[in-house]
Design a binder for this molecule. Structure first.
Ligand SMILES: *Cc1c(COP(=O)(O)O)cnc(C)c1O
Ligand code: SF4
Length: 350
């Protein structure tokens, strides 16, 4: 058995696992990325001075199409001068998360579930991320702060689900997760454990044999919400990596963000849903872009969003249509996009 990590296990393990090496050797240099993709720097509008820097795992770069500046995977990670344009309404903390932090490293916004920020680190930097300005360092919990978070959960009998999030919670070693899960299991009223992670997509090797075993061995019912925005992200390596989790009985879901230039076509969204189902994952949320400073170039007009949703509803079985939701600061749930306006469906057919 692996020793339990006493506290914040980040970086305590020897970097022996292949995924840890992959995490340490991500591409952070724009010129290297362009060279790997056989792109020249002209006309791409790259911004090398962004504080939210380029960061992309090589396994993800390998799924980008060389020579294509418009590649949907490349668009998600390339820092652009366009990010400097910040229209009215786009802010640093669009979800007012700074207020929701009940304890360091913990957000409690919705009934019955709390979200733990296991680490501020991510394997990849997604340009549209609503947490791109989040003060991660300040919310990295220490051992005693973790104890406070567990105590907060223990004292609220309504909390039945704990969500491990970040950053990316799978950026920490399995033994740290094992410690955290053990602490959560010891809180009697908690029944469900959820992990929100982009790592199974961007570094599939992160799904070690230890992880499915850890989840299968827990008394908590486990789900994993992965994050892919385009079918091209879900190659055979991702499909293979997820299989042991399915066999371990982990419910697999996906969340995406609706992004101009990435997945704002009916075909792209429909292919994503089809591919997810093929690899055993159900579409969960399609998030409308949060109005975070630096991400305005990914925004779509509301009208376009409605047209896309209605076209998807008309094309796919209900279980393959993700819920279109918007985060509204201080709302008690992720707010669904309102139902189609009667009459527009006819326009769509015509
Ligand atoms: C998104 C989110 C959740 C999870 O919401 P579900 O609708 O249960 O998926 C929980 N807590 C916080 C703070 C969130 O942002
Ligand atoms: S992996 Fe998630 S938290 Fe990390 S940068 Fe991307 S969207 Fe943000």
């Amino acid at each position: 058995m692996i020793a339990r990590s006493p506290a914040n296990g980040q970086g305590e393990d020897a970097p022996g696992e292949p995924w840890q090496l992959a995490l340490q050797t991500v591409v952070t240099d724009c010129d290297e990325l362009l060279a790997l993709l056989r792109l020249t720097r002209q006309d791409l509008g790259i911004d090398r001075a962004q504080t939210f820097a380029l960061r992309v795992p090589r396994a993800f770069v390998a799924r980008m199409r060389p020579g294509r500046a418009d590649d949907p995977l490349l668009r998600q990670v390339l820092p652009l001068m366009a990010e400097r344009t910040v229209p009215a309404g786009f802010t640093q903390d669009p979800l007012a998360e700074a207020e929701a932090g009940k304890r360091p490293g913990m957000l409690h916004k919705f009934h019955g579930r709390v979200l733990l920020i296991v680490t501020g680190h991510c394997a990849i930097h997604c340009r549209y991320c609503f947490r791109r300005h989040f003060p991660y360092a300040a919310t990295q919990p220490s051992r005693s702060e973790w104890a406070q978070a567990f105590e907060y959960i223990r004292r609220d009998p309504s909390i039945s689900e704990v969500i491990l999030s970040g950053g990316d919670p799978l950026a920490v070693p399995d033994r740290h997760l094992q410690w955290l899960i053990g602490e959560i299991e010891a809180i009697p009223q908690v029944r469900r454990l959820r992990i929100h992670s982009r790592l199974p997509v961007v570094i599939p090797a992160r799904i070690t044999c230890g992880l499915p075993a850890l989840l299968a061995g827990s008394r908590l019912r486990a789900s994993l919400v992965i994050h892919a925005n385009h079918a091209q992200e879900l190659d055979a390596s991702v499909a293979t990596a997820l299989q042991p989790l399915r066999r371990a009985g982990v419910a697999l879901l996906n969340q995406s963000v609706l992004l101009a230039g990435v997945n704002d076509q009916v075909e792209a969204l429909s292919d994503l849903s089809e591919r997810l189902f093929e690899i055993g994952v159900l579409p969960y949320y399609l998030h409308l872009l949060d109005q975070v400073a630096g991400a305005a170039h990914f925004a779509l007009p509301d009208e376009r969003v409605h047209v896309l949703r209605e076209a998807l509803l008309a094309r796919l079985p209900g279980y393959l249509v993700p819920r279109f939701v918007r985060e509204v600061a201080r709302a008690p749930f992720k707010v669904p996009l309102l139902p189609p306006v009667p009459g527009r469906a006819k326009e769509l057919r015509g």
